[in-house]
Design a protein around this ligand. Structure first.
Ligand SMILES: C[S@@+](CC[C@H](N)C(=O)[O-])C[C@H]1O[C@@H](n2cnc3c(N)ncnc32)[C@H](O)[C@@H]1O
Length: 179
C-alpha cells in the first residue's frame, strides 16, 4: 500500500499529462520547482526540450545526463528570475506556490504557449500539509492570475483522493487570444 502510494506520487500529474499536448511539439518547456523532475523527465520523453529549476541541487542530480533536460539550481524566491528574457512554449508548476513569481511566469510564456499549473488550495489544511495559507491557492486565484492575459482552457478546484486526500486547484491556460 505504501509503495503504491509512493509510486503514484512519483508519477507525473495526470492533469499535466492531459493538457501537455497543447504545448507546441518539440518546444521548450520550463519545469518550475521541479524537485527530482518527474515532469521534466516525462516531457523530455515526449520530445520536448526541458529546462528544470529547483533550489535543491541534490534533487536535481536525478536529472543529470538525461537527454533533452537542462537543469539549474537556483533559489527562485530570493534570487533574480533566472530565465529573464527567455521564452517557453510550456511552463509547468506542480505542488509549488510563490506568488511573486506569477509575473515572471507570464513574461516567460511564449505567444501560443501553455501554462499548466496544479497545486494545493484553501481547504487542504483539513488533510495536512501544506496548511499555511501562504502555500494554498485562494478560491479562483489561478483564474484571477489568467484574467485578461491568458485564455483559460481548463480549470478545477476540487478535493482528490489520490495520491492522497487533498484540496487542489489546477489550470491550463494559453497565451493566446483573450476576448
Ligand atoms: C513539493 S515539491 C514539488 C516538486 C515537483 N514540482 C513535483 O511536483 O514533483 C516543491 C519543490 O519546490 C522547491 N522549492 C521550494 N522553494 C524553492 C525556492 N525558493 N527556489 C527553488 N525551488 C524551491 C523544493 O526544493 C521542492 O523540490
Amino acid at each position: 500500500m505504501q509503495n503504491d502510494a509512493h509510486s503514484a506520487i512519483d508519477q507525473p500529474s495526470a492533469w499535466v499529462q492531459r493538457w501537455a499536448a497543447l504545448i507546441p511539439a518539440g518546444g521548450r518547456v520550463l519545469d518550475v520547482a521541479c524537485g527530482s523532475g518527474r515532469h521534466a523527465r516525462w516531457f523530455a520523453a515526449q520530445g520536448y526540450r526541458v529546462d528544470a529549476v529547483d533550489r535543491d541541487a541534490n534533487a536535481l542530480s536525478a536529472l543529470a545526463g538525461i537527454t533533452g533536460i537542462t537543469s539549474r539550481a537556483a533559489d527562485i524566491e530570493n534570487e533574480d528570475w533566472p530565465y529573464a528574457g527567455e521564452k517557453f512554449a510550456g511552463i509547468v508548476v506542480v505542488n509549488y506556490l510563490h506568488r511573486p513569481l506569477f509575473k515572471h511566469l507570464l513574461e516567460s510564456l511564449d505567444r501560443g504557449g501553455a501554462l499548466i499549473y496544479e497545486t494545493f488550495a484553501a481547504g487542504n489544511e483539513r488533510y495536512g500539509r501544506p496548511g499555511n495559507p501562504e502555500f494554498l491557492l485562494k478560491p479562483g486565484e489561478l483564474l484571477h492570475i489568467a484574467h485578461g492575459r491568458l485564455e483559460v482552457i481548463a480549470y478545477e478546484n476540487l478535493t482528490v483522493d489520490a495520491p492522497r486526500p487533498a484540496v487542489i486547484q489546477r489550470m491550463c491556460a494559453l497565451n493566446g487570444p483573450v476576448t
